[in-house]
Design a protein around this ligand. Structure first.
Ligand SMILES: [Mg+2]
Length: 532
C-alpha cells in the first residue's frame, strides 16, 4: 500500500436534491425529495433538510411522504444531472489520467498517477482546490476523502459530508476503523451485517480480531477473506480508469462428468460466489445472471435471468443461478459449469434507484394522469375521474411559457398544471396554474446551474427590466421564441432524428439557432423531452 494519502474520493453532497435546489430558488433551504413519485416509487436523494425528518435514499416514497409531508417531491432530471456530472468528471480528469467513476457524482482519483500530489500537504491542497473549482463550475458542493487506499478515501469523504474534506494519515487507519460498525466496510450490507452480529461481531475491530478462518467460515472464502483484509485496512485495489468490461464470469471444467444433481447445485453455488468476488473486486454490480452448462455430449446451453435491479449480493446471484439450473436437464452428466453476471453498472445504490425510478416514470406519469392524482403535496389524494392528458407534466421538470418565461412544473392533476416561474439565477418565483393543454406552455431543456460567462451580461439586462413586458421579451420570454425557432429548424431538417419535438436550443440562449454557445440536447434527452 502506498505511504501517502494520494487516493482521492469525491462524492457530491445530496447530488440530485442539491442540483434541484440550485435550479429552483424557492426550494433552497427546504426539504426536497427526488425520486419516483408513483405508487411504488422510491427516494433517489433527499436534501439535508429532508433527512432531518428521517427521509433517506432507497426509502419507499409513500413512507417519505408520511415523514415529510411538506417537502417538495420531484421526479429526477437526468439530463441536468449528467451535464453537471460531466463538468465534475472533467475537473477530475485534469488531476489524473486515473479517474474511476462509481456513479454520476462519485469517483476515485489517483493523485500520485497524475503527479499532482506526493504527500499529505500537497494532497490536501489539491483536494481543497478541487472543491473550490467544483463549487465555481457547478454551483454545488462536493466532499473529498484522501487516504492511501480506496476504502479509506471513501470512508473519508463520508465523514467529510457535507461540504468538507477529511484526510486520513497513513498509519492511522486501523485506529480509525476499529470502533466503526462493520457496515462501514465495502460489501457489508444489511444481510451480512445481521449475519456478523449474530456471530457477535459488530465492529471492524471485532472482524480483525475474529481472524480470517472465522470470517471465511461465516461468509465464504472470497467474501470472508476480503472482509478480513479490509478490517486490517489492507486494501490494494488500484484506481482503474477503464471500466469497459461488460460482464464478469467464471467457469470450471470437470475431469469427470458430474451426475449427482446435488453436487451440480453445490458447484454452481460455489461458482456464483466466485463470480461475486470478481464482481466486487471490480467495484461493480450487474443485472443479468447467466449460467452455462456443458453436458456429457458437449451440448452447451446458457440460461439467463434479468433481475429488477443490479446487484452484487451473493445470495441473490446464487438463488438466480439455482433457479436457472432447475430448467436444465443434467441427468446425462455435466462437464462444465459457469456463472456470469452481465449488464454491469458503475452506479451506486442511490443512482440505481433513481434509474429505476426514471424508467418507471413514463408508465407512472400515465397512471398518474389516469388517476388524476395531484403530484403536488398539498393537492390531496388521488381523484377518481380519469383525466386524459396529452402531455406529461412531471413534477420538477422544465417548462417555458410564451408570456411568463421559464419555470418548472410544481404539480399537475385534474386537467391543470401548476408552474413556478423562476430560474437558477432569479429570485424565488411566483406560481401560476394553466390548463394542461395550454398551447403557450412547452417543455424545455434544463438551464445550467451556473450561468456561463457569455450569458451573464444579458441576465443583468433582464434583471433591470424585470416586471416589464420588455424584460420578459429580453429575458425569460425569449426562451420560448427560441423553442419556436428551433422547432422550425427541425421541421426543415428531419435528420435531427429523435429530438423532433424537443427544443434544439437552450432556452436561455440569446443567439439564434446554430450558435456555438447553444448546444443542442444530447441524443438521450430527445425521447424524454418529447411532448406528444
Ligand atoms: Mg453523493
Amino acid at each position: 500500500m502506498r505511504t501517502a494519502p494520494t487516493i482521492l474520493h469525491l462524492d457530491m453532497d445530496a447530488f440530485f436534491a442539491a442540483a434541484e435546489q440550485a435550479a429552483k430558488p424557492s426550494l433552497r433551504g427546504k426539504a426536497v425529495v427526488v425520486g419516483g413519485l408513483g405508487l411504488r416509487g422510491v427516494v433517489s436523494t433527499a436534501s439535508y433538510e429532508a433527512r432531518v425528518f428521517g427521509v433517506h435514499s432507497a426509502m419507499p416514497m409513500a413512507q417519505a411522504r408520511r415523514l415529510a409531508p411538506n417537502a417538495a417531491y420531484l421526479t429526477p432530471r437526468f439530463t441536468l444531472y449528467k451535464e453537471v456530472s460531466e463538468q465534475v468528471m472533467g475537473l477530475l480528469g485534469k488531476l489524473s489520467p486515473l479517474v474511476e467513476p462509481l456513479s454520476l457524482d462519485e469517483a476515485f482519483v489517483d493523485l500520485e498517477a497524475g503527479g499532482v500530489a506526493a504527500d499529505s500537504a500537497s494532497a490536501r491542497a489539491v483536494g481543497e482546490r478541487l472543491r473550490a473549482d467544483i463549487r465555481a463550475v457547478t454551483g454545488l458542493t462536493g466532499s473529498v476523502g484522501l487516504a492511501a487506499s480506496k476504502m479509506l478515501a471513501k470512508i473519508g469523504s463520508e465523514r467529510a459530508k457535507p461540504d468538507g474534506l477529511v484526510l486520513i494519515e497513513p498509519g492511522t487507519e486501523r485506529a480509525l476503523l476499529g470502533p466503526l460498525s462493520v457496515r462501514t466496510l465495502p460489501g457489508v450490507g444489511p444481510a451480512t451485517g445481521d449475519h456478523l452480529r449474530r456471530a457477535g461481531i459488530t465492529t471492524v475491530e471485532e472482524i480483525a480480531g475474529a481472524g480470517q478462518d472465522e470470517l471465511v467460515r461465516l461468509l465464504g472464502k472470497a467474501h470472508g477473506a476480503a472482509l478480513h483484509a479490509m478490517a486490517l485496512a489492507r486494501d490494494e485495489r488500484p484506481v482503474v480508469a477503464e471500466r469497459d468490461s461488460k460482464s464478469v464470469s467464471v467457469e470450471d471444467t470437470y475431469d469427470v462428468d458430474i451426475h449427482d444433481r446435488v453436487r451440480v447445485r453445490a458447484e454452481l453455488a460455489r461458482l456464483a460466489d466466485r463470480c461475486v468476488g470478481r464482481l466486487r473486486g471490480a467495484g461493480r454490480s450487474g443485472r443479468t445472471v447467466v449460467i452455462k452448462v456443458r453436458r456429457f455430449d458437449f451440448s452447451t446451453l446458457t440460461r439467463s435471468e434479468t433481475l429488477r435491479g443490479p446487484t452484487d449480493d451473493p445470495g441473490v446471484i446464487r438463488e438466480a443461478a439455482a433457479r436457472l439450473l432447475e430448467a436444465v436437464d443434467t441427468t446425462g452428466g455435466v462437464r462444465l459449469l459457469g456463472v456470469g453476471v452481465t449488464g454491469l453498472a458503475d452506479f451506486t445504490q442511490e443512482d440505481l434507484f433513481a434509474q429505476a425510478a426514471g424508467e418507471r416514470a413514463e408508465a407512472e406519469a400515465a397512471a398518474l394522469a389516469a388517476a388524476g392524482e395531484a403530484v403536488r403535496e398539498d393537492e390531496g389524494e388521488a381523484r377518481p375521474e380519469p383525466v386524459p392528458e396529452e402531455r406529461h407534466w412531471r413534477a420538477g421538470h422544465d417548462v417555458t411559457h410564451l408570456r411568463h418565461g421559464a419555470g418548472w412544473v410544481q404539480g399537475s392533476g385534474v386537467g391543470r398544471v401548476t408552474v413556478r416561474f423562476e430560474t437558477p439565477y432569479s429570485e424565488p418565483g411566483r406560481v401560476r396554474t394553466f390548463l394542461v393543454d395550454d398551447p403557450e406552455l412547452t417543455l424545455s431543456l434544463p438551464l445550467p446551474l451556473v450561468q456561463r460567462p457569455e450569458e451573464s451580461d444579458e441576465s443583468d439586462e433582464a434583471e433591470e427590466a424585470e416586471e416589464t413586458d420588455q424584460g420578459q421579451e429580453q429575458g425569460q420570454g425569449q426562451g420560448h421564441r427560441q423553442d419556436l425557432e428551433s422547432l422550425q429548424v427541425q421541421e426543415r431538417d428531419p435528420d435531427r432524428g429523435q429530438a423532433s419535438s424537443a427544443p434544439a436550443i437552450r432556452p436561455n440562449s440569446r443567439s439564434g439557432g446554430g450558435s456555438g454557445a447553444a448546444p443542442g440536447p444530447s441524443p438521450a434527452a430527445g425521447p424524454e423531452r418529447s411532448s406528444p
